[in-house]
Design a protein around this ligand. Structure first.
Ligand SMILES: C[S@@+](CC[C@H](N)C(=O)[O-])C[C@H]1O[C@@H](n2cnc3c(N)ncnc32)[C@H](O)[C@@H]1O
Length: 369
């Protein structure tokens, strides 16, 4: 893995390089003779022990950000699979402040597709949970003749893809490094290396994403929500990603599948565990009809509008939105967007001062592509 990262540094030839989470300087030592290098690690002791006088040591990352010093390249190797989701957001936020626009960030993580292999050349002990879960597990790392227990996060690939893209990093390439399953000598991959380019950090802090679904969607819910979140957070980040479930969807016009509430709920719970969505709202259509008076000054106990639209579900979900704006979509919409394009549309929409609008005009988008 280190060799591949060094070859990417050589490919882009940065004049300045920051190693974020440098550990024992394993990678940066070999490039420091010909690049102006700096290192940061939360563990300051390890930095002091690995001292190299030609490398600048950063004690306080906030001071560095405030100093406005920026780097032509940043590497962050085997850090994000060690830290929790909140820290990962913070680390990427810091990196986006420190990296010059259009320059490259190199990230490596343990390859989640092979976490379930029991014995490899580098480690012993496997991850025993489901691939789609996010969880901390213990493994034994082999350092020459020594074996050391270490905790790591298993997270599915989509978590990292979404994390990078919503924080303004466009994935240019992904490499997987070699490895061997020593029980059967089959080829595996130990690590993933992401080569990503810094673009704008487009924080839609005042907008939530709302995806509407019902128990009939249980067969498509997983694929569709992954698609929607992945495409709409391609270069921008919503404040919250919510799913509203219309529990009592009548059978009008929908004959493609049977209601399966339990299956739908299980799949949504998995998506929440994976950090793909933040909140699930269940709407049973049995109480709360006074909302109609609040929105329209009218009384009714019908959940659907005259044309069949699930009006009551939508109004109920609006009550859970904490942001000024909400982008609402049905689950069966497909999106094709360029990086950061959705954010530009959102800004135009805000400038128009309209109360409602239509951001995903596919005709307009395809003309731009
Ligand atoms: C597995 S080591 C990898 C070290 C080095 N990057 C390498 O590839 O050899 C993970 C490193 O991340 C550092 N780390 C953990 N949390 C961090 C954080 N929030 N900010 C910066 N470094 C962190 C740890 O102290 C540790 O040195």
């Amino acid at each position: 893995m280190d060799y591949k990262i060094i070859s990417l540094i050589q490919k882009y030839r940065p004049k300045t390089l920051l190693d974020y989470g440098a550990g024992k300087f394993k990678i940066i030592n070999s490039v420091s003779p010909y690049i102006k290098c700096a290192v940061f690690d939360i563990n300051q002791e390890i930095l002091k022990q690995s001292h190299n006088s030609s490398i600048k040591m950063i004690e306080n990352i906030d001071d560095l950000i405030n100093s406005k010093e920026k780097f032509e390249m940043i590497i962050c190797c085997l850090v994000l699979c060690n830290t929790n989701e909140e820290l990962n957001n913070k680390i990427l936020f810091n990196i986006s402040k420190l990296l010059i626009k259009k320059c490259h960030l190199i990230i490596s993580i343990c390859n989640p597709f092979f976490d379930d292999i029991q014995n490899t050349e580098l480690r012993i002990k496997r991850y025993e949970g489901d691939y789609s879960n996010i969880s901390l597990y213990k493994k034994n790392i082999i350092y020459g003749n020594n074996i050391k227990e270490k905790e790591d996060y298993h997270r599915p690939f989509l978590y990292y893809e979404n994390l990078l893209q919503r924080n303004g990093f466009k994935i240019i390439n992904i490499y997987d490094t070699d490895g061997v399953n020593i029980d059967n000598l089959n080829y595996i991959s130990e690590h993933f290396i992401f080569d990503v380019e810094k673009n704008n950090y487009n924080d839609m802090y005042d907008c939530s994403l709302l995806i509407k679904t019902c128990p009939k969607d249980h067969l498509i819910v997983d694929t569709c929500i992954r698609h929607i979140v992945n495409r709409l957070e391609y270069g921008q980040k919503f404040n919250e990603r919510l799913v509203i479930v219309d529990e009592e969807n009548p059978d009008i016009n929908i004959g493609y599948s049977k209601n399966d509430y339990v299956s739908l709920k299980n799949k949504l719970d998995e998506l929440k565990k994976e950090n793909i969505i933040d909140k699930i709202i269940y709407c049973n259509n049995e109480e709360g009809f006074e909302l109609y008076e609040k929105y329209f000054g009218q009384k009714s106990k019908k959940a659907n509008a005259k044309n069949g639209q699930q009006l009551f579900t939508i109004l109920k979900s609006f009550e859970s939105i904490k942001t000024k704006y909400v982008y609402q979509t049905d689950i069966d919409n497909f999106f094709r967007t360029r990086f950061g394009d959705f954010y530009k549309r959102f800004i135009k929409y805000k400038e128009s001062k309209a109360i409602t609008g239509f951001l995903s005009n596919l005709k307009e988008i395809s003309e731009e592509l």
